[in-house]
Design a protein around this ligand. Structure first.
Ligand code: ACO
Length: 357
């Protein structure tokens, strides 16, 4: 009851999370047939199919100019904003976009995290922001804006695989927040801001940075068991493990591990880091089984997210923003679906406080 487990709060044609069998279906397609096989724009065209003519070509034709339009918001990046964390800076910049329930608003919002996250990384490090390009695909442009140099095709493919993998995932906390706000007809920007606020927490999209902190604390594979056991004994949760819905391994973990292996085979990534991560994963799963024999706690999406985004050169404080760059597709699709087919979401609470005499 306290976490609304098993409550069906919406009907959706966007994605299905099968927690018992470890399957994720997005718009009728198994995750494995999308991640590593197509671009984020292609998946966005599936998710936003109900909004307008959302063919992949049309998405590409609209998304690149939208990136250029939101880039102008960076004129408002002042010292106060640069002192915020990357996610808070992203939230502040996205709040400047106008509200609406139309395709133009949706495209600005879809474009925004991919522009703002790299710009914030660069400006906070004392470098100029790199403008977007009409010539690049979305993932390629995001990496080019981060580095000021073109990524390799393997790096672009790895980021696309990531953005696709996290593009939608049933009624997770941030998507639910987006649907609640969209149901009031406040507009897509308000819905996406609510979602971003929910994503930021460490129990949702804030976990991958702490996954790397955990790997750093372990340092060497032979220390994994000792460090993780001490962490658990101190009452901490192991970041990147456990999930509300999955009772088996999160299929997104394997999609991202495979993206990481492809990147490694193409000469990117860090094989030593991957070997350390594999030991940490094995030891963590063994310890969690010992600690909670009745509650299956498996690897979730955030564990390999951390390694993949690190290999692509994103600093850990930007990981949640990169997650938002993929998930914004799902948030917009759910906001649209809610507006088109849903009613005001207004559940009830049971009063357990004192009664007037
Ligand atoms: N490490 C240690 N113990 C854990 C973990 C973990 N990662 N996950 C759950 N548990 C334990 C809890 O302490 C709890 O024990 P208790 O009953 O003795 O109190 C039990 O397992 C059940 O935990 P709940 O919090 O009820 O499970 P819930 O379904 O609400 O939690 C969650 C899911 C929040 C993801 C949790 O597993 C967690 O905190 N994981 C670590 C953070 C993380 O990886 N977040 C990213 C999630 S993926 C995503 O949102 C994109």
């Amino acid at each position: 009851m306290s976490g609304l487990d098993d409550v069906i709060a919406a009907e959706t044609a966007l994605s299905e999370v099968d927690g018992l069998n470890g399957r994720l279906v997005i718009c009728g397609h198994e995750l494995q047939t999308l991640a590593g096989q197509c671009s984020w724009e292609a998946v966005l065209s599936l998710l936003l199919a109900g909004l307008s003519d959302m063919s992949e070509a049309n998405i590409r034709a609209r998304l690149a100019p939208a990136r250029i339009e939101v880039f102008h918001q960076l004129a408002h990046l002042d010292g106060d904003l640069l002192r915020l964390s990357n996610t808070e800076g992203l939230r502040a910049l996205m709040a400047r976009l106008p509200d609406g329930e139309d395709v133009d608003t949706a495209m600005l919002l879809a474009a925004a995290p991919a522009v703002f996250v790299p710009a914030l990384v660069r400006r906070k490090a004392g470098f100029a922001a790199i403008p977007p390009s009409l010539e690049h695909g979305h993932a390629e442009d995001m990496l080019a804006m981060l580095r000021g140099a073109m990524p390799t095709p393997a790096e672009t493919a790895a980021l696309d695989a990531y953005l696709v993998t996290v593009s939608d995932h049933g009624l997770n906390a941030s998507t639910f927040a987006a649907r609640v706000v969209a149901s009031t007809r406040a507009g897509y920007t308000s819905a996406v801001l609510a979602a971003l606020g929910a994503l930021k927490g460490p129990l949702h999209g804030g976990a991958p940075g702490p996954v790397l902190d955990m790997l750093d604390a372990v340092g060497k594979p032979e220390r994994a068991r000792e460090v993780l056991a001490a962490d658990l004994a101190a009452g901490n949760r192991l970041m990147g493990f456990g999930h509300r819905i999955y009772r088996v391994r999160d299929p997104r973990a394997d999609a991202l591990k495979s993206a990481l292996q492809h990147l490694g085979a193409a000469g990117g990534g860090n094989t030593e880091r991957l070997a350390l991560a594999e030991t940490v994963e094995r030891e963590a799963l063994a310890l969690l089984r010992q600690k909670k024999p009745d509650r299956p706690l498996e690897t979730n999406v955030e564990f390999f997210t951390a390694l993949l985004l690190e290999a692509l050169g994103f600093p850990r404080e930007a990981f949640t923003g990169v997650f938002a760059a993929g998930r914004v597709g799902g948030w917009l699709a759910h906001a649209h679906e809610q507006v088109a087919k849903g009613r005001l979401i207004r559940p009830q609470s049971r009063y357990i406080g004192p009664r007037a005499a």
